[in-house]
Design a protein around this ligand. Structure first.
Ligand code: ACO
Length: 370
């Protein structure tokens, strides 16, 4: 029997704090009109002191589980796509797994920059289609505001914080993920990078002093690359799924720059109305931008059950990717699940496991391991 991977839940979370173009003009030599005209961005959300990639991811995940009507313990796999993980390790996915109380699953982070959400959704869908798992939680989450150089007007105007999540579930009913394309061209690795803080250039006074832990970008080159790949990748996955471009009800592109989306629309000969666009309010939230745009498209009545859509994105790497999806929505449920209610249990469970580890440490700590 063929297995299919359906998207049955979705959720988003953004910080409260809004930062407008006018606010940014207080920090660097720019103005609202320039940012609007060159990017389409009007404002973005910025994480508060208590918000992290993990807290935003957790909130988005719980909402997605609520829509899918799934208990955290029913999740088999959590993948967090992020370019701003909480740490180099452990994976932010493990932190989310603990916080939501997903007690019976694997968890890992995936790094493919802004294309990460498409990569992660594809990996989860493949695992479902292969029959090795049944329920997956895929999250795109970022706090890029912490990695941006607030003195560099070429980059600080672009990015925003937020998280979005999909629940994927297996079924014998055809539909869900129809086709996907993942690509990389590492010859452009230097065009968009955080040079230091990894193993190649470890943190030192020199790296910190010279701002090498911040995002560095050749905007013009990334722009040219993005306009080249978006339309082509969309057309490729549509064809592979047996769809005409005109069959597509909606395209959800990575929200980086309105002009890049306009170029894709021209390339595909589609009206701009066929594209989900919300970058004016959130800026570029990297891996979170596609699931956030999907949530808002559903909310706005732009995306419905049985729609044929494409999600498409690009980013550092260079990477790009696309996926054609037959949109399903939640499977019929016998009873209503409230995933948030499991949070207290998850917290107690986590505290219990920590205490147990401490007690074990006292008992076994003094003995040498043979
Ligand atoms: N305000 C005012 N002027 C500015 C600003 C600013 N914020 N930024 C740049 N300028 C100036 C430049 O200095 C330049 O001046 P010059 O001609 O005197 O040198 C002029 O504006 C034009 O600069 P360009 O870089 O050519 O401007 P462009 O139209 O390309 O817009 C932008 C720049 C918005 C960054 C654009 O290149 C872009 O969006 N690129 C794609 C970036 C992107 O999508 N990155 C995310 C990838 S996803 C990921 O993996 C994270």
């Amino acid at each position: 029997m063929m297995r299919y991977a359906h998207i049955t839940g979705w959720g988003m979370a953004v910080p409260e704090r809004v930062m407008t173009n006018h606010d940014i003009a207080q920090l660097v030599d720019t103005d609202d009109q320039w940012i609007r005209e060159r990017t389409g961005i009007e404002q973005r959300r910025i994480a508060g002191p208590d918000e992290t990639t993990g807290t935003l991811a957790t909130r988005a995940a719980l909402r997605a589980l609520e829509v899918a009507n799934l208990r955290p313990a029913e999740i088999d796999l959590i993948v967090v796509a992020t370019s701003s993980p909480e740490h180099l390790f452990p994976a932010t996915a493990s932190i989310v797994q603990d916080r939501i109380g997903a007690t019976d699953c694997g968890a890992f982070d995936l790094l493919a920059a802004c294309t990460g959400f498409i990569y992660a959704t594809n990996m989860a869908a493949q695992a479902i289609r292969a029959g090795s798992i049944n329920n997956a939680l895929v999250i795109g989450a970022e706090t890029l505001s912490r990695l941006v150089n607030w003195k560099d007007r070429g980059t600080c105007i672009l990015f925003g914080d937020g998280a979005g999540a999909f629940v994927l579930q297996g079924s014998d009913e055809p539909g869900g993920v129809l086709s996907s394309l993942l690509r990389s061209d590492g010859s452009g690795a230097d065009l968009l990078t955080i040079p230091a803080g990894g193993s190649h250039i470890p943190a030192s006074l020199h790296t910190v002093g010279n701002g090498l832990h911040y995002i560095q970008m050749n905007g013009r080159e990334v722009f040219r690359f993005a306009t080249r790949v978006m339309a082509k990748a969309t057309a490729q996955v549509a064809e592979e799924a047996g769809l005409e471009i005109s069959d597509l009800d909606l395209i959800i592109p990575h929200q980086a720059n309105r002009r890049i989306i306009e170029a894709a629309a021209r390339g595909l000969k589609l009206p701009l109305e066929r594209f989900a666009i919300n970058l004016n309010r959130y800026g570029n939230t990297s891996t979170a931008s596609i699931p956030i745009a999907a949530c808002e498209a559903i909310e706005a009545g732009q995306l419905h059950k049985d729609n044929k859509i494409v999600i498409v994105g690009f980013g550092a790497g260079l990477t790009w990717g696309a996926m054609a999806i037959h949109w399903t929505g939640p499977f019929p449920a016998k009873r209503k699940i409230y995933p948030r209610r499991y949070r207290t249990v998850a917290r107690l469970r986590s505290a219990w496991r920590r205490s147990l580890r401490r007690v074990e440490g006292v008992i076994y700590g003094s003995k040498t391991i043979k």
